[in-house]
Ligand binder design. Structure first.
Ligand code: ADP
Length: 697
């Protein structure tokens, strides 16, 4: 009770009970008395402080007290705390205004502990000399009130239905409507299509008890069958009523779930009812109502009402669900639209890039049908986009190269990209064009390869320059070869002359000149070889020979040119009669190159190790040095034409960068392979693998 309320009550405390007023009744006569005593209305007489002097016998029917009991009580002690302030104010006004009559509705405590709604009319007859009392008559309007309240509750639920059209109704909102008017504890459970509980809320007059209630729920969760409660409602789709909860009604529950019993006792559950939430024939959940008030026991009438609430709630919640689904769908659609828009933008951007590219970009299906053709493709091949799209790609492939397309498609199907593949294509006018092709697989949204994008770059000009360079090298080395051969001839002549003359000093000079001439000859012959390789004119002889003997011979020769390094053949692994088929001189050239490199690129070391072994069907020669090594990044490039590692920390070594290129060509022409394994600063091992000659061959 608020301070204000207690003050107003204090002001109304009785000073003395005025027994004198009882005498008034004597004047009403038998007839009137019978009317009062048997009527439905209660008649009360009180003084200006609210102390009763008379209560008609009907008080017993209406509030459970005998008239004697009732007049001992101050009227205000029985009034519902919420109604006291307005009543106190009205009473003061009544006392202050003789003759005033006032009608009020309020709740008053029945002797059985339940609240009853009454409608009461009080008249100030204090000034009437024959009465001198406030005369009150009241009657019970609980049933009427309940109907009103229920109507109100139903209309609130209808309001929810309307508001669910534009916002997400929460179950808590609903549960809070029901407590405390219809229940002290209300629980709403929703299930999904798989009959799994997906939402649960509870409302309790005593919020602290919610924790307990949650525990109770835990006990229920996951249970298949139950005699009472949510599970039963969900399974049967029928409403359920336990008007009075007794030990007896709890027995089956106690057997199914003993842990639930103490919780039910602590909650003090007195009465229970529940109804399924059914909409369009589908059970979507359940709602339960529980009473903890000793006097509130649900009746069939209450259950009918609860069923009606459930029916309306189901509609509200279904509507809220539809609303949410619609919202989600909208959001999803918006997202898809945005994605499409972004894709479209991306598409246009890419199309613009493709269109403005200087390289010809062509799209085709896996069947080889042209699907796109940019401006540069029109320029390069001479077909317009209209002419090309829909046509087979082979229209630009020279007849002798048509098999290329099969290889390309095969690679594409496996998702392999082809990069910088140099080939020739035919223009619309029949002329040929050198192109470098890069071909990438095109995948659909699921990652399936559906075609290819081909970028073709016109390399005719580049090819032309290269050709001129090759022609120049070829011509220059030829031109150089003759004078050098002639100088070498005259040197030999001079050697013989000075030998005859015994001129030792001139002989020393000539020896040095001869070494330089040998280097020059080697350079020239390398350049000539290169030109021949380029032109595809390098010739090979094919004869069987012993590779191990050749290696030994070369080691001996190269050893003769160096005083800094020992060339050591590993005798422990050395194989004999390692016969292969091929050009002995050319293979010899490879080992000379590898050994001279090994010496050149290991200036601080003093040895080079050589191994000759057989591995499977191959002869394997390894040349290992302990020099500057080759970083992983360069290990492939060193075999390219004119490639020399160009790193600032490396001192420049003499050379043209063609030795390894020639070696690789030679080895590959012999169906062999050349490999390098190295670590920068740790030395290098080159391995040459060549197919062994089988005896029967
Ligand atoms: P070069 O005439 O420059 O030696 P090569 O074709 O024989 O040409 O070799 C290409 C490049 O590979 C060399 O310039 C060098 O950088 C590197 N290289 C070759 N052999 C070795 C080696 N044994 N150790 C370190 N680097 C090497």
């Amino acid at each position: 009770m608020t301070i204000e309320q207690s003050k107003s009550q204090e002001a109304l405390q009785p000073t003395s009970i005025n027994h004198h007023t009882r005498g008034i009744l004597q004047f009403n006569g038998q007839h009137f008395r019978a009317l009062i005593e048997h009527g439905n209305d209660v008649i009360l007489l009180s003084d200006q402080n609210g102390n009763y002097s008379y209560a008609s016998p009907s008080i017993q029917r209406v509030l459970g007290y005998s008239p004697e009991e009732f007049i001992q009580l101050n009227g205000f002690t029985l009034i519902h705390p919420d109604d006291i302030p307005s009543l106190a104010e009205a009473f003061q006004q009544l006392v202050a205004t003789p003759g005033l009559s006032e009608t009020q509705q309020f709740r008053i405590l029945h002797k059985n502990g339940s609240w009853r709604w009454v409608e009461s009319t009080s008249t100030n007859l204090l000034q009437e000399p024959e009465i001198q009392a406030i005369v009150t008559n009241f009657h019970d309007i609980t049933d009427r009130k309940q109907i009103e309240e229920r109507q109100h509750l139903l209309s609130q639920i209808s309001d929810l239905y309307i508001s669910s059209l534009d916002h997400q109704i929460t179950l808590q909102e609903v549960a809070d409507l029901i407590v405390p008017d219809l229940a002290d504890y209300c629980r709403i459970v929703l299930i999904d299509a798989e009959h799994q509980i997906k939402a649960i809320v509870a409302s309790h007059i005593d919020p602290q008890k919610i924790t307990l209630v949650k525990d109770l729920y835990e006990q229920y969760q996951g249970r298949i069958s139950a005699t009472h409660g949510v599970q039963t409602l969900l399974e049967t789709g029928q409403p359920e009523l336990i008007s009075v909860i007794t030990e007896e009604t709890l027995t089956p529950l106690g057997q199914e779930n003993p842990a639930a019993l103490p919780i039910i006792h602590t909650l003090g559950l007195q009465s229970y009812m529940g109804a399924p939430l059914i909409v369009r024939g589908r059970t979507m959940g359940a709602i339960t109502f529980s009473s903890v008030q000793p006097h509130r026991h649900y009746t069939q009438d209450d259950l009918d009402f609860a069923t009606e609430i459930a029916r309306r709630l189901a509609l509200v919640l279904d509507n809220a669900r539809l609303y949410q689904e619609a919202q989600e769908e909208l959001a999803e659609r918006k997202e898809t639209e945005e994605l499409l828009k972004r894709r479209e933008e991306e598409h246009y951007r890419l199309a613009a890039i493709v269109e403005s590219s200087n390289d010809a970009i062509v799209g085709k299906t896996l069947e080889g049908i042209i699907t796109s053709w940019n401006h540069a493709a029109e320029q390069l091949f001479g077909y317009s986009a209209e002419e090309a799209i829909g046509q087979p790609i082979i229209m630009i492939i020279p007849p002798e190269l048509r098999s290329e397309e099969d290889t390309i498609i095969r690679n594409l199907r496996q998702g392999i990209r082809i990069q910088h593949f140099e080939t020739v294509r035919v223009r619309k006018n029949g002329t040929r064009v050198n192109v470098s092709l890069s071909i990438s697989p095109v995948k659909d949204a699921e990652g399936h390869i559906i075609g290819a994008a081909k970028i073709a770059r016109d390399i005719s000009r580049q090819k032309e320059i290269e050709q001129r360079k090759d022609d120049f090298i070829s011509m220059a080395s030829h031109e150089l070869k003759t004078p050098v051969t002639s100088i070498k001839g005259f040197t030999q002549l001079l050697v013989r002359r000075f030998q005859r003359l015994g001129d030792e000093e001139s002989l020393r000079f000539l020896a040095r000149m001869d070494t330089q001439l040998n280097k020059l000859t080697k350079l020239i012959s390398d350049l000539l070889d290169l030109s021949k390789i380029q032109a595809g004119r390098l010739e090979y002889r094919e004869e069987p020979f012993e590779l191990d003997e050749l290696v030994e011979e070369i080691i001996e020769n190269v050893q003769g040119t160096t005083s800094t390094h020992a060339l050591i053949l590993d005798v422990s692994t050395r194989e004999q009669h390692v016969r292969i088929l091929g050009d002995r001189d050319r293979i010899g050239q490879v080992f000379i190159n590898l050994l001279t490199n090994a010496i050149k690129y290991s200036p601080k070391a003093n040895k080079v190790l050589i191994q000759v072994t057989k591995e499977g069907n191959s002869a394997v020669i390894r040349v290992q040095d302990f020099g500057i090594g080759i970083a992983a990044d360069y290990q492939e490039q060193i075999f390219e034409r004119f490639y020399q590692i160009n790193e600032p920390d490396l001192k420049t070594y003499p050379g043209l960068g063609i030795g390894l290129h020639i070696s690789k060509e030679i080895v590959e022409r012999h169906h062999g392979r050349i490999r390098v394994s190295s670590q920068k600063g740790m030395g290098t091992t080159f391995s040459v693998l060549l197919p062994l000659l089988h005896e029967e061959e």
